[in-house]
Design a protein around this ligand. Structure first.
Ligand SMILES: NC(=O)c1ccc[n+]([C@@H]2O[C@H](COP(=O)([O-])OP(=O)(O)OC[C@H]3O[C@@H](n4cnc5c(N)ncnc54)[C@H](OP(=O)(O)O)[C@@H]3O)[C@@H](O)[C@H]2O)c1
Length: 258
């Protein structure tokens, strides 16, 4: 795993929104980014989990955090717009967006894949990514150094039987990242990448591999040097790449060929 010792003020004064902050890798990212000085807007589906995390972070770093419960399967366009308004009322710009929310969906052959779960998985893993990015881009453009990180998966790069809507949604997120990276390259300071965390000890992984011993997996904490690095000054030229946390090496991610 990649090692990186970030300066303690790495994210000081930077305003960062994290989806999927109520659990798993997103929650770990929230705790870590708070430790490095970020102001955080934490999105999740469960209000209770968000409140617990809010209390934990605010106790140590008062006045740095806000929470926004939102169910991406149900959210209307207006809810996304009001999210953007409430972020812009609080902060003059957004310096980071980590899109970690996701659901596994069903594990079935396409022929037997439940249609409702297909729709829900695409809604949560893909359509929410489009909506949230679209409404927050104007605020990201106001930053002189914004980072946007899409959380992908290995099945978003090479699919496997029975991974259905999850794999398709992650492939689409990779395409979305590439489209946006090209659109923003010459018109903004926003750096856009996707990151495959790899097998990590969370509830989603346990749901996908119920027979696996979770203690054989890296914890979300082990990924945090990569997450922090991608928000560092050194990573300022990393843009438009599909990154793997498990073999991350910054020298592999040179600026896009012109
Ligand atoms: N863990 C792995 O091995 C692994 C491997 C490759 C990729 N990934 C990717 O990494 C990201 C994080 O996964 P994880 O393992 O941390 O998963 P997790 O522990 O299951 O957490 C998923 C997060 O997504 C949120 N979420 C789920 N459905 C939602 C909905 N309808 N509306 C809003 N938020 C919703 C959850 O909110 P609530 O808890 O509030 O319901 C939770 O905060 C995902 O994008 C996943 O695809 C994970």
């Amino acid at each position: 795993m990649f090692e990186y010792t970030a300066p303690t003020n790495l994210l000081s004064g930077r305003n960062i929104l994290i989806t999927g902050a109520s659990d798993g890798i997103g929650r770990c990212c929230a705790r870590t980014f708070a430790q490095y000085g970020a102001n955080l807007i934490l999105l999740g589906r469960s209000l209770k989990k968000l409140e617990d995390l809010y209390d934990e972070i605010e106790k140590i770093y008062p006045g740095t955090t806000s929470i926004q419960p939102m169910d991406f399967n149900k959210a209307s366009d207006d809810e996304y717009l009001s999210l953007a308004s409430s972020v812009s009322e609080k902060y003059k710009q957004l310096d980071g967006l980590v899109l970690s929310a996701g659901m596994l969906g069903a594990r079935n052959p396409i022929e037997f894949y439940p249609t409702e779960i297909w729709r829900e998985t695409i809604q949560v893993n893909l359509n929410s990514v489009f909506m949230i990015t679209k409404v927050l881009l104007p605020l990201l453009r106001l930053s002189d150094d914004a980072r946007l990180l899409f959380i992908s998966s290995s099945v978003g790069r090479r699919s496997r039987a029975h991974w259905g809507a999850y794999a398709v949604s992650k492939f689409a997120v990779e395409g979305f990242m590439q489209t946006l990276a090209e659109e923003l390259e010459k018109t903004s300071a926003i750096k856009v990448n996707s990151l495959n965390p790899g097998g990590t000890k969370t509830n989603m992984r346990a749901e996908a591999y119920p027979a696996e011993d979770p203690d054989t997996l890296p914890t979300p904490e082990k990924l945090m040097p990569v997450y922090l690095y991608l928000f560092s000054n050194e990573a300022k030229t990393i843009h438009g790449h599909a990154i793997d946390a498990s073999n991350f090496d910054p020298f592999n991610y040179l600026p896009l060929a012109k």
